[in-house]
Design a protein around this ligand. Structure first.
Ligand code: PRP
Length: 198
């Protein structure tokens, strides 16, 4: 029987990769005070872990956006629901994302943020679903090159649930999860069942 989900990235893998990314950013931005811009909501979970591994006077700020239209693949044009609190003119900005899929959202955001005159903008994404990319994007920091799977956990949600899973699951049976949102509840609060480890 197909398990409803399998583990794609274990908690320990995520922890060590996030630490490595933080250390790399620390080296790359030595002597500077970057601003980490996180796109709510999923990106905030990654940001919270990442920036505690960055040994620099880093500032954090948040944006909340909403896609126009319906469907899973929009144009990338977004409405800003909550803008940054501070001006990024002259700042070194690192946009922190949990996942980049088509890249349309980020591409639009980069043009919006770029118009505000930052000294630099780089992207840091935990998961890069590169096979789905539409516009060309230079992603400087990538946690994992993610296969084209439906993923939940560590910030990634299914109808706002399961962002608090400490690992990332690939959903094997999307229909079962669509029918029963509670189907992944046994995974919360600890290691997943051994037979579901992929
Ligand atoms: C996810 C992710 C990116 C976007 C990527 O956000 O955090 O912002 O989708 O998709 P794209 O590359 O195809 O444009 P989502 O809309 O799921 O919001 P959330 O973080 O609040 O769950």
């Amino acid at each position: 029987m197909t398990p409803i989900a399998t583990v794609l990235y274990r908690e320990s893998e995520i922890r060590s990769r996030v630490r490595e990314l933080g250390e790399t950013i620390t080296t790359d931005y030595a002597g500077r005070s970057p601003v980490f811009v996180s796109v709510l909501k999923g990106g905030a979970i990654f940001l919270a872990d990442l920036f505690r591994h960055v040994d620099l006077p880093v500032r954090v700020d948040f944006m909340s956006i909403s896609s126009y239209g319906s469907g899973t693949e929009g144009s990338g044009v977004v409405r800003i629901l909550k803008d940054l609190d501070s001006d990024i003119g002259g700042e070194h900005v690192v946009v922190i994302e949990d996942i980049i899929d088509t890249g349309l959202t980020l591409s639009y955001l980069l043009s919006t943020l770029g118009a505000r005159g930052p000294a630099s903008i780089e992207i840091c994404a935990l998961l890069d679903k590169s096979v789905r990319r539409i516009p060309r994007l230079d992603i400087r920091y990538i946690g994992f090159d993610c296969p084209d799977r439906f993923v939940v956990g560590y910030g990634l949600d299914e109808r706002e649930r399961y962002r608090n899973l400490p690992f990332i699951l690939a959903v094997e049976d999307q229909r079962a999860l669509a029918d029963d949102l509670d189907a992944l509840l046994p995974f919360l609060g600890g290691e997943p069942p051994a037979d579901a480890v992929g």
